[in-house]
Write a protein that binds this ligand. Sequence first.
Ligand code: UDP
Length: 362
Amino acid sequence: MSPLRVLTVVGNRPQFIKAAAVSPGLRAGGDEVLVHTGQHHDDRLSSVFFAELGLPAPELELGVAGGSNTSQTARMLAALEPVLAAAPRPDCVLVYGDTNSTLAGALVAAQLGLPVAHVEAGMRSFDMGMPEELNRVVCDRLSSLLLCSSEVAAANLLREGVAGRTEVVGDVMVDIAAAVQPRARARKDLVAGHGVAPGRYLFATAHRAANVDDPGSLARLVELLLALPGPVVLSLHPRTRARLASYGLDGRLREGGSVRVVEPLGYVETAALVCNARAVVTDSGGLQKEAYLAGVRCVTLRSTTEWVETVETGWNTLVGLDAAAALAALEAPLPERRPSLYGDGRAGERVVAALRDAFGGP
Ligand code: UDP
């Protein structure tokens, strides 16, 4: 077999974390070109993860950020086309998750006749009002190799009649979380640094379009956070910070002092705060999984989730922006069982093996 040559497209925080589980394996015995679209350019959302998780520095940075989803995707398409068309031709283009970078990478590759491999294929919220859902559905249609985190995801693809080869490999984010959480849990100093005690605070994040882009929804989010039993450590995404400022809601969030607003944190510090929290309150996809893995209750500020198993097992509750439902969820008894979900922490290895098998021919 000739060494596999992969061109990987990443662009935002969770994609750097996911790629950290795969890129080193691809580079051992093969070639990878890592292309960073620039979707997240802020250091706290980008370079910190390369340094902390050992992700190789990108070979190319395209500097495409900002604007509406449509305009950002359009600029990514234009910027990626010459990169993907340039020789030497990769054996496949690898994309992760559900962002504009995912869609742009997959569409340019498909237009050029390059096979697409999609990690986290088949995830569905069944809410086509979510920009991420549009990206997922289209990307899966364009993919030749669909690498799924769970059987539920694979069943979604089967039901949709998606043509590519489907494999359940487990979840690459779980690989990283499983490796980091044991030492992060012990880092009580990182928890104390926020002026809170283990087991006696909530860790919160929010940045989904449906929660922060509209002033009415953002005001409800702020009221919900203020209604929670404090202290609440809120890692504030730059998108949410910008909306709070433009809708004049940042002062309200700081009233009373129960919500401690912090800048986006590095991966280990976040893991320390997750593992030691009384509960996680979030609209993030990744944090729903990480809280489950840590054995910490999650209260999800959405009415749907792609990570349905975390809800079915009783560890995650969907509350939307309903403050009373969030308070009730925090008081509900926790289940005794926490079966292992989303793989055994070796999904990255399986992704590399599946890519070699599918595209690494002689
Ligand atoms: N995360 C982080 N620092 C933070 C907040 C989150 O490192 O301040 C990590 C978190 O542990 C998870 C990932 O970022 O691994 C989730 O990313 P995000 O919520 O931006 O995206 P989503 O998962 O919703 O697509």
